[in-house]
Each structure stands twice: as C-alpha cells, then as structure tokens.
Design a protein around this ligand. Sequence first.
Ligand code: COA
Length: 433
Amino acid sequence: MKNWSSQYEARRRTAAEALQAVHSGHRVYVHMGAAAPLPLLHALCGQASRLQNVEILHCITVGEAPYTDPAHCGIFRFNALFISGNTRCAVQQGRGDYIPVFLHEIEDLFTNGTLPIDVALIQCTPPDQFGYMSLGTDIDLSLTAARHARHLVVQVNPRLPRTCGDTMLHVTECHSIVEATHELPEFQQGEITPAHRAIAAHVSNLIPDGATIQIGVGGIPEAVLASLSNHKDLGVHTEMFSDGIIPLFESGVINNSRKSLHPHKAVTSFVLGTRAIYDYIDNNPVFEFLSNRYTNDPCVIAQNDRMVAVNAALEVDLSGQVCSDSIGSIPFSGVGGQVDFIRGAAHSKGGVPVIALPATAKNGALSRIVPRLKPGAGVVTSRADVHWVVTEFGAVNLHGRNLRQRAEALIGIADPKFQAELEREAAGLFQKS
Ligand code: COA
C-alpha cells in the first residue's frame, strides 16, 4: 500500500485519547515480555477514576505492572496466563488470578470465544517503507491477540528491535497509534550456582551433536548453554531464549545446519534478557520469530529430530510427578511451554525430554525430591510424561519404569543427606495395607 503514511497520520493519538477505547468491564490484553507498552499502561492507570472491573490479561511481562497496585483494587483485576516476578505478589495476595494452560493452546482462547479481547495494547517498531511494523521481542501470543482484539492500540517505539519471521502488523490494522520512545526493561537473570553448573554438566551429556535444543530462562538454562561450548552443529527450536545463547551463535556451535525442520533458522517466539540480546535479534534473519500456537505445538516440535527439551521444576515426587507452577497451593509461575516441549521431545526421533532441578531449596534445608508433593501443588508434567530427571547428583530416566524403580532412581539423585529419610518414606508408600 503506497499511501500508508496518510493512514498512519489519521490514526495518531495521544495515549490518553487512545485509551478512551477502554471501558468498564472490558478485557484488556497487554503485549508480553519486554514489549509491554509501559507508557500506555501508566496512561490507563491515569484514567482509573472513570473505570471499574477492567480485566488485565497477559502472560509473563518484564518491568512495571502499575495496574496491580492495591490502590487499583476494584478498578483493574489481573488475570495471569503465567505469573512473573512483577505480578506474583498481586496474585498471591488475591488481587489477581492464575489460569493454568498449555502455552500452545492460549491463542485458541482468544479466537474461540473463551477469552475474547476487547482492547489489545501492543508495542511495535516504526513502520518500514511498506507500512509494516514489527512486534519486536515478543510475537508469542501477541500477534494473534492484536489481530483478534475488537480494538487495537499500538505504541510505536524505535527502541524495540525489528525481528524477522511472522512478526508484522500493517499500519492499517491498528485503530490508534501512540508514539512513545522509551528504553525496554531488562530481565535480570538469577545467579548461576555451583548446583546449576553440576546440573548443566549432566544435561550436556544428554545433548548429542546435531541436536535441536529448547532452553528457557534462569540459572539452569544459562548454565546449560555455558556448558555447550564443545558441542557441534546445534540448532534451536524454542519458545524463548536469553543472552546466554549469543556466545554459541558467535562461536558457530549453534549453526542450525542439521535441523530437520526450519534448517538454518533458529525458531523462537520471544526473548527475555538485556539490551545485548535485543540488539542481537534486531533485523537478524537467522531468528524466525513465530507465534506460540506454532512454536509450541508438540506435533511441530516433534518434527525436529534429536530434539532436547530442558525445563526446570520446583518439586518432583517419588513417582515422577513434576510440580513447576506452585509452591504447595501458592501460585508461583505457570505451565508455560513445559509440557508442550516435554511431549514434543518425547515424540521426536532421538529426542530427549529433561526436567532439571536443584536437589534442595532454601539453602539446602528442603529436599525437592519428595515422597508426596505439598498439598495443593500443581502437577505440570505428569508422571506418564516425565522421562529424564536431573539434579546436581545425577541423571535418571523414569520412562517405562515402575513406581518402585522410579522411587529408587529418584532417591539416588536426591541430596545424600535426605536419602535415608526418603527411603523410609518410600517403604511406607509401597507397603500393602
Ligand atoms: N519448596 C519451597 N520453596 C521452593 C521449592 C520447594 N520445593 N523449590 C523452590 N523453592 C523456592 C526457591 O527457594 C526460590 O525462592 P527464593 O526466590 O526465595 O530463593 C523460588 O522458589 C524459585 O526457585 P528456583 O529454583 O530459583 O526457580 P527458577 O527461577 O529456577 O524457576 C520454575 C523454576 C520451575 C519456577 C520455572 O522454570 C518455571 O516457571 N517453569 C514452568 C514453565 C516452564 O517450564 N516453561 C518452559 C521453559 S521457558
């Protein structure tokens, strides 16, 4: 379209004008990750006095979440598709809710009438010469949300990287456009501990040369990436990645050459990290950013031969049930893409599904390998889905093993100081009444 610039001008508004589209009772979708449009969110909170009962819906975001302020109770209520650090307190204090759902199924909720979106607040790059604007760091659920919202407000920010893949909206798809330049918030990585390094050493032994990897964010994934410098011809098919992937691209360890699906491309849907990764993905054609309904579809993941999926957990019981989204009944994070990738890797030719966790929590005071999950704990990966479980004390494969064998294997990778107690508990679990 040649005359897109006049269409752009016709849609330009101030944030306050654009947010008049939000009414009481609406469901408002907020762009994910570092692309959450903070100036629009602050402007929305500035209109709190005319609003009530507005649902704010999003998955993980980075940076401020002003609508979770206790002062906004009754005006905004947060509904989490994944709980991140900036919204955890609101959900745990009852000012928000949590929806357990597989990441690859969320977009269907927007399109099938379960969670219709009234207004989507999305951040984009400035338009290119054809009038297309990239959703930058986060395609995830957000491109689908933008296209299915009844009203689309786009904040244009030149600091957002322009990413390749299926990442673009056209100017004419927006109802209003707000120009606001600001630096993207950064995601602060947790510390990499000696336990993370020991876990990474076991995990890297499970990753063959030529593997395609899924890797998340946090101490374990960063330690795993750092342990792969002697691997060859790795590929990437993941829902997200962070800064730790850059050295592996630069050294040629990741070259995507042996991928059976999307060869020569690293498939992803979002990044979480610092300015370094935002700059690395900017206009970088090796990265194919696609929606989660595709990247996380287990049938798609399984088309990658030698798919290795590494996901973290909070607690694993002696039968292999994996809790990853709650501490007991207290919601902590989300289902995310864990099951999508565990199942996808399980069905890939030569695939390796891995759950990795430190053997203890709270400075060694608590075993994370437990006879029974805490009351109310959410099982994310079921004991029928689980394959490899890795701690700093070793790696065991539970697939095809009976309950007694699983307990024995898991006790073997628990912290030695908890092993005798776990053995006593296991004996009780398997006694006939
Ligand atoms: N009992 C009590 N507290 C526990 C615990 C347990 N069994 N296990 C962990 N904790 C505490 C830790 O002590 C820590 O508390 P602190 O922050 O006060 O130190 C906190 O819970 C987080 O534990 P940690 O192991 O540091 O978590 P993490 O940041 O490595 O994240 C998951 C681990 C499981 C929460 C995260 O990977 C997740 O949300 N996974 C589900 C989604 C997913 O796998 N998606 C696909 C990949 S992106």
